[in-house]
Design a protein around this ligand. Sequence first.
Ligand code: SF4
Ligand code: F3S
Length: 111
Amino acid sequence: MTYIVTENCIACKYTDCVEVCPVDCFYEGENMLVIHPDECIDCGVCEPECPADAIRPDTEPEMEKWVEFNRKYSEMWPVIITKKDPLPEADANDGKPGKMELFSENPGEGG
Ligand code: SF4
Ligand code: F3S
């Protein structure tokens, strides 16, 4: 089992999640974070920290595609262990439908 980051992180990227992870397994894209499914120890402490409610256990229905999505990008992006400011439009984008259209494959700065 693992936790993963899902669509509503896109264009929000609040980063509250990274500070509580005991194994530093969050990775930063330009406008989203992901969790490395093989590094996550399933502690669950990050899930309630996300203001966008974007972190989910993979035991929920139809999470397999998100596990693979998180694995793919965690192997391409830098690790992030320090909270930073959310994206400027984060509050406006929280809960917006169709956020995959906004997704960027570019890496973030990490840190
Ligand atoms: Fe890190 Fe625990 Fe969240 Fe997994 S569930 S990403 S180990 S805080
Ligand atoms: Fe994304 Fe939520 Fe973390 S919006 S950056 S998963 S706190």
